[in-house]
Design a protein around this ligand. Structure first.
Ligand code: HEM
Length: 215
């Protein structure tokens, strides 16, 4: 069908821009949304986030992405959100290039496969307690980041997300700047969120109302 759809250079540019907006906007904003939700669900983690920022930066110091090494706990929280709430839970499709045996399964050439990133992120054998939200799993004894190789939120291989670096910068900087200035709590009188995501091609948090109180 697509071979009938001939587009000029301008249209092509417009379509590429659209692809980038579609792939980049919802994914990045949902990740931030999950991060703020987690601050409400786990007040102790929020306290550690505040402590980590206050300890690392002067009040009006400008912060860049390179400064993330100074706040490993924040990086660990972001990694744990990326693991726990993989916004693209099922990745793909990929075409199998040759007949393949995998863990006792025969996958014939040309089969279309989808990859469950969610399953990788909740593999009990690897993570031990995947259903627990625990940023510390990404911190070693010296407080440095480790163990992040199995977080595949941005996919894997040649077609992995091309916006990963942009998304990581945006998520880190927006999260740190907001947390630096505000304490987040549930809007009084509203229902406590469950933390269970709304399913879809990309997952999103349930609707919740938050109160941002200047610190
Ligand atoms: C938290 C934010 C994001 C997440 C979780 C995410 C996740 C993903 C995933 C899982 C894929 C599929 C990779 C694969 O097939 O192996 C993908 C592809 C893609 N992403 Fe992202 N993405 C994010 C942000 C962005 C941003 C900010 C942009 C653009 C500026 C972007 C542009 C794209 C594009 C164009 C593709 C298709 C790449 C290809 O097929 O070659 N993404 N993304």
């Amino acid at each position: 069908m697509y071979h009938h759809f001939v587009v000029g250079k301008d249209d092509q540019l417009l379509l590429v821009c659209l692809d980038i907006f579609i792939a980049g906007a919802q994914t990045t904003s949902s990740t931030l949304d999950f991060l703020f939700l987690v601050m409400i669900l786990y007040p102790d983690i929020q306290k550690k986030v505040h402590y980590s920022i206050d300890n690392a930066f002067q009040k009006n110091e400008s912060i860049s992405y390179q400064d993330r090494q100074r706040v490993s706990f924040i990086e660990a929280v972001i990694l744990e959100v990326e693991r726990y709430y993989a916004v693209v839970p099922i990745n793909g499709p990929r075409r199998v290039l040759r007949d393949t045996e995998l863990e006792g399964y025969h996958i014939p050439k040309d089969t279309t496969v989808l990859i469950s990133l969610h399953s990788v992120h909740f593999d009990k054998d690897y993570w031990k307690d995947p259903e627990v939200f625990r940023p510390e799993r990404f911190l070693d004894n010296e407080g440095n980041i480790h163990n992040k190789e199995r977080v595949l939120t941005f996919g894997l291989g040649h077609r992995r997300c091309l916006g990963e670096i942009l998304a990581k910068h945006a998520i880190f900087l927006i999260f740190v700047e907001v947390m630096r200035k505000y304490t987040i709590s549930l809007w009084p009188g509203t229902k406590q969120p469950t933390g269970i995501p709304v399913p879809g091609i990309t997952i999103t948090p349930e609707i919740y109302r938050a109160q941002f109180t200047p610190r």
